[in-house]
Ligand binder design. Structure first.
Ligand SMILES: [Mg+2]
Length: 278
């Protein structure tokens, strides 16, 4: 039987802030126990895989390791080093996750004469830093945004997401940034390479139509929307594109007799039509 791998969102899918989602933990325990390949695919560029794994262990997950994460920072670094292997001087706006991802690919972090300007979430970002980065872009450095999320939610409410800062840099420089994170394809390409699987072999699981599900649509990968986060079933139905499957709880993917499980394993032609709920 063909094996399915999973590319899984974090916030709203695995947890809400520091609150674990129970059904998600039970499903992840099952994936680990049955040695099912998966990667957490996150637009969050701030955490390193070690920090991201620690966060999940802190809120109650077990058996999660750094190798289970593929972040927009890693995707940005991997994409650009493959595209421009000779361009090694990088100016970075970002935090630990982006710094580690760049250093792992041999980038030299610089303030001047940069080949590339990487923009990831930096909660200490300020006018001086943005202006320094802008000057490098105006001199010809390639602008790269790790992700284009408009808003970052926290307990206080809405905060400027990294995409808002990328948009600021695009507006100031009149250049378009290279797009990496969900819903763009680059992050999926990198994740599949890390997982050693093809598009046909994986399913994207997430709570957000505009990032997770659209990412699957853009990349030609099957999708499952779980309604534990941003979008309800009703909201999902109003979009011009559709998730292949909508479920309320990730436990639905465990039961070997369950509808979702059957749908993904018994469709020999790999058609998506048969996966849609009536
Ligand atoms: Mg999410």
């Amino acid at each position: 039987m063909k094996r399915t791998g999973y590319l899984i969102d974090l916030d709203g899918t695995m947890y809400r802030g520091t609150q674990i989602i129970e059904g998600a933990k039970i499903w992840i325990d099952w994936l680990l126990e049955h040695d099912v390949p998966f990667l957490f695919l996150t637009n969050n560029s701030g955490r390193t895989p070690v920090q991201a794994a620690q966060h999940m262990l802190n809120i109650g997950y077990q058996g999660i390791e750094p190798r289970h994460f593929y972040t927009s920072a890693m995707a940005a670094s991997d994409t650009m080093i493959r595209r421009f292997p000779e361009k090694k001087r990088a100016l970075m706006i970002g935090a630990d996750g982006l710094q580690e991802a760049l250093e792992n690919n041999g980038y030299q972090l610089v303030d001047h004469d940069a080949d590339l300007v990487f923009v990831g979430l930096d909660k200490q970002g300020n006018w001086q830093k943005y202006s320094q980065a802008l000057r490098e872009v105006l001199k010809g450095a390639i602008l790269v945004g790790t992700n284009n999320d408009r808003i970052l939610l926290s307990e206080e409410g809405a905060n400027c997401g990294n995409g808002s800062v990328v948009a600021l840099m695009e507006y100031a420089s009149s250049r378009e940034a290279v797009k990496i994170g969900k819903p763009h394809e680059a992050i999926v390409t990198g994740a599949l390479r890390q997982l050693g699987m093809s598009r046909e072999e994986v399913v994207i699981v997430g709570d957000n139509m505009e990032t997770d599900i659209l990412c699957g649509v853009n990349a030609g990968i099957k999708t499952i929307l779980v309604t534990t986060g941003v979008h309800t079933r009703q909201q999902a139905m109003a979009y011009p594109f559709a998730a292949d499957h909508i479920i309320e709880d990730l436990r639905e993917l465990i039961d070997e007799g369950g509808e979702a499980y059957r749908a993904f394993r018994m469709d020999p032609a790999g058609r998506t039509d048969s996966l849609r709920l009536p």
